[in-house]
Write a protein that binds this ligand. Structure first.
Ligand SMILES: [Zn+2]
Length: 422
């Protein structure tokens, strides 16, 4: 579906106040503006852009989820170098005004079956090496006070989150070991259900948590580790809401009301999470933002899947040759997607999801969770971390005031992290 935009003449912001929350001035979603980012405009546009840019650079910007460590571990990706591939590195984080990066330690449960702990430790080592090499630019944060000190020194604070509860191998001892090593949040599942929690990727099973799952949440509460409900099934979210004594987050999830897929959070559960003091970090993955794009890209992936399976089978003993063939297949698929990629939604669709959550939950419960380096397609104008100021500019253009923008950019996640991890 080609998005329709209505340029506004005589634009007037509309004041929306939320009971029990600070008020924000929000433009109704039906009144979309033409994109301001990067366009040649008049003096007013230039002033607006300068103010937004100054606010963005001054604000604490917190991205709750990215998968860049996979590149670091598997492709010898040096965070200090500026790359043309991938979505994040230190020079680009600085340019995009990012202050706090939530880096995921993601272990693919099937790919690393039988050696999940080893793979988890391998990712830790990759991160720790980068922290050593770049100690003048980035530092691991174990508390929000540490994060604030690191940011005040002009460096990027790193929080570590485990993606997929599979990593703990059904062991609370291992959960505690990861905490000692610096992990401060964990998604209960990834796209697969595990032995103790159901995933949205298997939503048809309607599986929640087992008694051991409850113990995991209770131990995370006790340790001061944030429960991250992104990827969890609705049943798991409901169970976690029953058992958790602490607020919980969705580090990288969009709204099911705007894009109806199981991976996104329905309004009633988002409200329940917010009522406990939690925060939803809006994901920039286009498949989760725009249902029509998601359907098209899924159809294309399904079309190419048999050939990929065939290649994996045929070259299973020749990994390098297999990689070459897979790369060629990916290029072919990208070419096939070119026609609808060119017309894809732009970065303002992220702010549509932000708007929805702000209206539903109030201004104190919305944040950012990019999924950079974890997914294939992002909206145009938001291709990598350098483009983050566009979101601030768009929020400002829709009438969000400075206080509201600072909360969404990072203040809300800092608040909930402070409450849970210290
Ligand atoms: Zn994820």
């Amino acid at each position: 579906m080609e998005p329709t935009f209505f340029p506004i003449t005589g634009y007037k912001p509309v004041l929306i106040s939320f009971p029990n929350h600070a008020s924000a001035i929000v433009l109704p979603m039906s009144q979309k503006r033409m994109p301001a980012c990067g366009k040649a405009g008049g003096e007013d546009d230039a002033n607006e852009m300068n103010t937004a840019s100054a606010l963005h650079q001054d604000a604490l910007v917190f991205d709750a989820h990215s998968d860049t460590l996979l590149r670091v571990a598997d492709k010898n990706y040096q965070l200090a170098d500026r790359h043309t591939e991938g979505d994040m590195d230190l020079p680009r984080m600085r340019e995009g005004g990012l202050d706090v990066a939530g880096l995921a330690i993601f272990v693919h449960p099937r790919k690393h079956e039988g050696r999940i702990r080893e793979r988890t430790l391998q990712l830790f080592q990759a991160l720790e090496r980068q922290l050593d090499l770049n100690s003048d630019l980035m530092t691991l944060a174990r508390t929000t006070a540490e994060a604030e000190t690191i940011v005040a020194k002009g460096k990027i604070a790193i929080f570590v989150g485990l993606e997929a509860g599979d990593a703990i191998q059904d062991s609370l001892d291992l959960l505690r070991e990861y905490y000692e090593r610096g992990v401060r949040y964990m998604t209960l599942t990834w796209i697969n259900s595990n032995n103790w929690a159901g995933s949205s990727g298997e939503s048809e099973k309607k599986q929640g948590m087992t008694d051991f799952g409850f113990k995991v949440v209770e131990e995370m509460n006790r340790l001061g580790m944030m429960v991250d409900l992104s990827h969890a099934s609705d049943e798991t979210v409901r169970d976690a809401l029953r058992v958790s004594a602490q607020p919980m987050i969705l580090s990288h999830s969009c709204s099911r009301s705007l894009c109806n897929i199981p991976r996104n959070i329905p309004d009633d559960l988002a409200q329940a999470i917010a009522e406990r003091g939690g925060v939803v970090g809006v994901n920039y993955c286009l498949d989760y933002l725009d249902a029509s794009f998601g359907e098209r890209i899924k159809a294309l992936r399904d079309q190419f899947a048999p050939r990929e399976k065939e290649l994996r089978e045929h070259y299973k003993d020749e990994p390098e040759v297999l990689q070459q063939h897979l790369e060629a297949l990916r290029t072919e698929r990208k070419q096939a997607a070119a026609c609808f990629l060119a017309a894809r939604s732009d970065y303002r669709i992220v702010v549509d999801h932000i708007d929805h959550f702000v209206r539903l939950l109030g201004i104190d419960h919305v944040g950012l969770g990019s999924d950079f380096d974890g997914v294939e397609y992002f909206p145009s104008g938001l291709e990598d971390v350098t483009k983050l100021p566009c979101l601030t500019e768009e929020m400002q253009a829709r009438g969000y005031d400075e206080v509201a923008i600072r909360k969404i950019l990072g203040g809300n996640f800092m608040r909930v992290f402070r409450k849970v991890i210290g």
